[in-house]
Design a protein around this ligand. Structure first.
Ligand code: HEM
Length: 457
C-alpha cells in the first residue's frame, strides 16, 4: 500500500466563506440538534468550501469531489482522524479505525489481507446462514404487529461478525449492542460539545460510557479466552493473524491490549454500518413498490428457493444497485472527520494546521452538480451497463484513500444477501404515522429505530 507524500506548505491565503462569528450560538445549537441540516445548509448557502468558526475550533467543510480526493487520498499523510473518532478512541483504544502513523500501517498490513474478496468468499456460507435465520425470525412475526427492524438487523450483523471473525455466537452477548450505543452516545456528545466538558464530570452519559467500556472489555476477553488453544498459527483468518501479530509484541500486556482494541474496533465498525445500510434500504424499498417488485423478481430468478452463494453476487445486480443507491442517500458513515497536521491548501483555500476538516458523504452524495434530482431514490444510477460520468470521489460510502473501509466486501455481501432473501420471501411495511428521521451519530441511524410490520411476499 502506498501512502501519499505530504505536499509542501500551503501557499494560498484565500479563506472559504462561511457564517459570520455572530451566528456562532446558532451554529453550536444546530451542531447538537440538527447536524445534517447544518451541513446541508452550509454547502447550499456558501458553496463547496465553507469555514465555520465554532467556539475554540475552526471547521472547514469541503463538498467537492476534488477536495475529498485531496484530503482523503492525495494528501492523506497530512491528516489524522478528527472529531468524533478522536473521542471514540477513548473506548476503542488504538484499533485500526482510530490509530495513526506506523502503528496504523502495521495493523492495516495485518488485517487487510484477511478481508480480501477471495477470503470473504469463504465466509459466504456463514453469512447466508445468518441471513436465512433472520428471515425465519422475521417470518414468525407475520401478522403480529410492528417489529423492531433495527434491533433485528443489528443482531444479524453482530452475529455475522461473531461467526466470520471470531467463530463465536455473539447472540449470547446481548449487551454488546447496548454497550456500543453508550460508547457512540458519549463520542457524539464530546464531538458536538467540541470536547469542552471535561471527561471527569460525572454526567450520566459518562457513567454509562465507563460501564459500557468495561462491558466490551469483558465480552471480548471472554471471546478470546473461549477460543483459547483453538487459535491456529497457520490459519489466515483475521483473528489468527491478529493473535500472531500481537504475540510478537515484546510486552505481553501491550499485545493483549492491542488484540482487545482491534476486536472491539472491528465489532463496532462492522456491525452498525451494515445494519444502517440495510435499514435504509428496507425503508426506501417499502416506499417504492416498483423497486420492491423488481427486487423480488430478481431474487426468485437468481436464487429460486435456495440460500445465496458467493457467485450469486455477480447475478444479483439489481439488488446491489438498490444497496448502492440507499448508501448514496443515507451513507452510514455520513461524515469523515480529519485534523490537519500542517498547513495545507485545499481547492485554492488555506487550511491552517490544527483545523478540523470535514468531508460529508451525505452532502457530497446529494451535490446537484453531480447527481440529477439528487434527493430522488433511483437505483438505475448504479446500473453497471450505463456509462458513468461521475467523478470517482462524488460517491464515497466506504471512504477513500489509505483509510478506505477494510470491510467493504463483507459489508456489501451481507447487505445484498439479506436484502435479496427478505425481498424474495417477505414484505416489510412501515408503520403508518411513524416518521422515519435520520439521526446522525457515528453512523447514520434512524431515530428511535425502524419499526415495520411483516407480511408474506
Ligand atoms: C456497508 C457497510 C460499511 C460501510 C458503509 C462502511 C464505511 C466505512 C467508511 C466510510 C470508512 C472510512 C472512515 C474514515 O475514513 O474515517 C470505514 C473504515 C473502516 N471500516 Fe467500514 N464500513 C462498512 C462495513 C464494515 C465492516 C463489515 C467492517 C469490518 C468487519 C468494517 C471495518 C472498518 C474498519 C476497521 C475501518 C477503518 C479502516 C482504517 O482506518 O484503516 N467496515 N468504513
Amino acid at each position: 500500500m502506498t501512502v501519499p507524500r505530504v505536499r509542501p506548505a500551503a501557499v494560498a491565503d484565500r479563506v472559504p466563506p462561511g457564517p459570520p462569528r455572530r451566528a456562532m450560538p446558532g451554529v453550536l445549537l444546530r451542531l447538537v440538534r440538527d447536524r445534517l441540516g447544518l451541513m446541508t445548509s452550509a454547502v447550499t448557502e456558501y458553496g463547496d468550501a465553507v469555514r465555520v468558526a465554532a467556539g475554540p475550533r475552526t471547521m472547514y467543510i469541503f463538498n467537492h469531489p476534488d477536495h475529498a480526493k485531496h484530503v482523503l487520498a492525495d494528501n492523506a499523510a497530512n491528516y489524522h482522524k478528527g472529531l468524533g473518532l478522536q473521542q471514540a478512541r477513548r473506548a476503542l483504544g488504538d484499533g485500526l479505525l482510530t490509530s495513526e502513523g506506523e502503528l496504523w500501517r502495521k495493523q492495516r498490513r495485518t488485517i487487510q489481507p484477511a478481508f480480501q474478496s477471495a477470503r470473504i468468499a469463504a465466509q459466504a456460507g456463514a453469512v447466508a446462514e445468518e441471513a436465512t435465520a433472520l428471515v425465519a425470525r422475521l417470518r414468525e412475526r407475520c401478522g403480529t404487529g410492528p417489529v423492531d427492524v433495527t434491533g433485528a438487523l443489528t443482531g444479524l450483523t453482530l452475529g455475522v461478525l461473531g461467526r466470520t471473525l471470531l467463530d463465536a455466537d455473539l447472540g449470547a452477548f446481548a449487551t454488546v449492542g447496548h454497550a456500543f450505543e453508550a460508547v457512540q452516545d458519549q463520542a457524539m456528545f464530546e464531538m458536538v460539545s467540541l470536547s469542552m466538558v471535561p471527561t471527569w464530570v460525572p454526567l450520566p452519559k459518562q457513567l454509562r460510557f465507563r460501564r459500557a467500556k468495561g462491558e466490551l472489555r469483558r465480552v471480548v476477553d471472554q471471546l478470546v479466552a473461549d477460543r483459547g488453544p483453538g487459535w491456529s498459527p497457520e490459519a489466515d483468518d483475521v483473528v489468527s493473524r491478529l493473535v500472531a501479530s500481537t504475540r510478537a509484541e515484546a510486552d505481553p500486556a501491550v499485545g493483549a491490549r492491542r488484540l482487545h482494541d482491534e476486536l472491539v474496533t472491528l465489532l463496532l465498525a462492522g456491525h452498525e454500518t451494515t445494519a444502517s445500510t440495510l435499514g435504509w434500504s428496507l425503508y426506501l424499498v417499502d416506499r417504492h413498490p416498483e423497486v420492491a417488485r423488481r427486487l423480488r423478481d430478481e431474487a426468485r430468478t437468481v436464487l429460486g428457493d435456495r440460500p445465496p452463494v458467493h457467485d450469486d453476487l455477480r447475478r444479483l445486480t439489481y439488488t446491489a444497485m438498490v444497496v448502492q443507491e440507499a448508501m448514496r442517500l443515507y451513507p452510514p458513515v455520513w461524515i469523515l472527520t480529519r485534523q490537519a497536521l500542517r498547513d495545507d491548501e485545499v481547492g485554492g483555500y488555506r487550511v491552517p494546521a490544527g483545523s478540523d476538516v470535514l468531508v460529508s458523504p451525505y452532502t457530497l452524495h446529494r451535490n446537484a452538480a453531480y447527481w440529477d434530482e439528487p434527493d430522488r431514490f433511483d437505483p438505475e444510477r448504479f446500473d453497471p451497463a450505463r456509462p458513468n460520468e461521475r467523478p470517482r470521489y462524488a460517491y464515497i460510502p466506504f471512504g477513500a484513500g489509505p483509510r478506505f473501509c477494510v470491510g467493504n466486501n463483507l459489508g456489501m455481501m451481507e447487505a445484498v444477501f439479506v436484502l435479496a432473501l427478505i425481498a424474495r420471501d417477505l414484505r416489510l411495511r412501515a408503520v403508518p404515522g411513524r416518521a422515519v428521521v435520520p439521526e446522525p451519530m457515528l453512523s447514520l441511524r434512524i431515530r428511535g429505530g425502524l419499526h415495520m410490520t411483516v407480511h408474506e411476499a
